[in-house]
Write a protein that binds this ligand. Structure first.
Ligand SMILES: Cc1cc2nc3c(=O)[nH]c(=O)nc-3n(C[C@H](O)[C@H](O)[C@H](O)COP(=O)(O)OP(=O)(O)OC[C@H]3O[C@@H](n4cnc5c(N)ncnc54)[C@H](O)[C@@H]3O)c2cc1C
Length: 407
């Protein structure tokens, strides 16, 4: 039976590798719309953007690895349609398959407001986006305005400051990352950025851009205009469900997180078609709810599960979502189930003012998520506490003197 994989990101690459590692020896083609072999995106807002590593540092495997493993990677090849056990490429070529994986990822959301097509306005998703942004930021003497105060926007704000630019973050919410972390923890990130010279214009809506000679000169908001030589729009990503929708596969509503609906085995509503990575909205058997996570670790975990399912094994995606970020001298890891944190209360172990702590989200006395900030080698224990799903002694949990392994 032949397998095809649609997508050139980490989920696609991991699935291809796991298929071979798991013993699948049949024909395997991977179609990647971008002109590169599969690569990872986290460096694009970190070391690659800062010029600290080259393109090869972002590749999942060196270019020759794919042929060595008898995986046919067809770069610059967009799959245009998904039919009954066949895909049609943009060239018109039809490729039959026994089983297929959709790992089409997500694309950066854009603003559709006056002036938004002007030069100097960027989004960040691809290697080329990162290179274009680096060329603007490395001059170091510019007014850079970030629209949006999410994870990627804030990482980029740190990078822009690192190059010495003047940085303003404009966002509609009252606290950066408030929706993801709550106001108190969002405030930790606000202070971090302010102490590094970033200016926040919060509770402020962007309505357009000032443009001169085709290039952006300012960000127009409901509270006045902010001068800008460079603008970065970081307002999230949208799952790329075009192929799946056109083929009639079930997809989630945007209010449910969007994405292709899959079960815990990552099977879609179409026979022999699976989905993984950013584009998959998967049923999580541990919490009994659906989730779509845009995380590097989920791309790996779901790529492996999809490969096992394609091989006919009984695999389920039951990992605890995990992600990390680095901003200035702050490093953080987060593990947990976002749907369970909505009504949770947050308790702390360590010193939030010194930005060296672990935050735990509790439902009653059960840990549903944890975030370690500049505290290392605790993620395994945080994940264990979440997985054990039992009442914990909160006094001990919040006492840095008690080893987490004893809780
Ligand atoms: C700048 C940036 C920084 C990030 N930093 C972090 C981080 O610090 N920590 C973290 O956990 N996560 C981070 N992420 C998120 C992480 O990179 C994603 O979760 C991960 O890339 C998802 O992998 P994927 O394979 O599902 O999708 P993608 O990486 O989006 O890859 C999908 C690929 O499929 C291709 N494709 C789409 N449609 C077709 C088609 N029809 N035919 C052929 N090819 C197609 C696309 O061109 C794309 O190359 C970051 C993301 C970005 C953009």
């Amino acid at each position: 039976m032949s397998f095809v994989i649609v997508g050139g990101g980490l989920a696609a690459a991991t699935a291809a590798e796991a298929l071979r590692e798991g013993g699948y020896g049949g024909p395997l083609q991977l179609f990647a719309a971008e002109p590169h072999p599969p690569y990872i995106r986290p460096p694009l807002s970190k070391d690659y953007l800062l010029g600290k590593e080259g393109r090869e540092g972002a590749l999942v495997h060196p270019a020759e690895w794919w042929a060595e493993h008898d995986i046919e990677v067809r770069t610059g090849t967009e799959v245009e349609a998904l039919g009954d056990h066949e895909v049609t490429l943009a060239s018109g070529e039809t490729v039959p398959f026994g089983r297929a994986l959709l790992a089409t990822g997500a694309t950066a959301r854009r603003l559709r407001i006056p002036g938004s097509d002007a030069a100097g306005i960027h989004t960040l998703r691809t290697i080329e986006d990162s290179e274009a942004l680096r060329a603007e930021l490395e001059r170091g003497d510019r007014d850079v305005v970030f629209v949006g105060a999410g994870w990627i926007g804030l990482e980029l704000a740190a990078a822009a400051r690192g190059y010495g630019n003047r940085v303003t973050v404009v966002a509609p919410e009252a606290v950066p990352l408030g929706a993801a972390l709550g106001d108190e923890l969002g405030g930790v990130f606000r202070e971090l950025h302010e102490s590094n010279g970033v200016v926040f214009r919060l509770e402020t809506k962007v309505t357009g851009f000032e443009v001169a000679d085709g290039r952006v000169t300012g960000v127009v908001t409901d509270a006045g205009t902010v001068p800008a030589d460079v603008v970065v729009v970081g307002i999230g990503a949208a799952p790329d469900t075009r192929l799946a929708e056109a083929a009639g596969l079930e997809v989630a509503e945007p209010r449910e997180g969007g994405g292709i609906l899959v079960d815990e085995h990552l099977a879609t509503s179409a026979p022999d078609v699976f989905a993984a990575g950013d584009v998959a909205n998967a049923f999580h058997p541990v919490i009994g709810q659906r989730m779509r996570n845009e995380h590097w670790a989920t791309a790996i975990a779901s790529g492996k599960v999809a490969a096992a399912s394609m091989r006919g094994e009984d695999a389920v995606l039951d990992e605890i979502p995990y992600f990390y970020t680095d901003q200035y001298d702050l490093g953080m890891e987060y593990s947990g189930y976002p749907p369970l944190t909505r009504d949770a209360r947050v308790v702390y172990r360590g010193d939030t003012a010194a930005r060296e702590f672990v935050a735990f989200w509790l439902n009653g006395a059960r840990v549903v998520a944890g975030m370690n900030v500049n505290v290392w080698d605790v993620n395994e224990q945080v994940q264990r506490l979440i997985r054990e799903d039992r009442d914990v002694d909160i006094a001990k949990l919040t006492d840095p003197g008690v080893d987490l392994s004893e809780i």
